[in-house]
Ligand binder design. Sequence first.
Ligand SMILES: [Zn+2]
Length: 265
Amino acid sequence: MPELPEVETVVRGLQNTIIGETILDLEVPWEKALIADDPYESMVGKSITGVRRRAKYIVIELDRGALVVHLRMTGKLTPLFSEKHVTVMLHFESGNSLYFKDTRKFGRMVYTEDPHDMLAHLGPEPLGEVFTPNLFYKMLRGKNRIIKPLLLDQTFLAGLGNIYVDEALFQSGIQPLSIASAIPRIRVKSLYSAIKSILSASIQAQGTTVLNFSHGDNQSGTYQGALQVYGRGGEPCLQCEQPIVKIKVGQRGTHYCEGCQKKYS
Ligand SMILES: [Zn+2]
């Protein structure tokens, strides 16, 4: 499942390739993938003025309206044609095209006149300027919820997924079943820093993945090697050598170290 860094990587790739293109035609081999009242009427003749990320959404700005894309499990946006698994094709006046490839077909592209309205329910961006340690502390202080699912809740904080939440909680020494409001301010500060540094490092590591992304099916990226707890259940903790524990929290596989992470409740 692509998380914030993967989506950011895709967005950066698209910023270099599709801005300025004008849509000449479209094909929709998998109709469910494109949601628009009248796709042809609303998209053809429009030019792409920008590409940005909001949470895990890719927002392709048109000179009127926008295409909001969610890649879900296996979606990819690529300039490279392939016969298989293409759900939507955008053909540009320049002769270039953009293909929405999606083996599992859960990904969606939505045309909307007002992307702000569609994305208004999302919480702050963890790498955005609005998100400060003080704001984060205030957000957590009011919540008597378990920290792990709270951090996964996109209306609370946008863009974090399972892998990065486990890693951030480990780095800040907070056990995933802790109650948000019980976490002391100093720990909240470390969690804040961990979220920022993990996401930034991962975006850096994904920089080389864009190529793989287009040429093959390697979605793992190079950040994989930096993971401290995620996917390491039963293996020794890199800090204290106790075996990493794997449990389920709200249906999600959750990894942590009993020696290094304290439960606040
Ligand atoms: Zn440990």
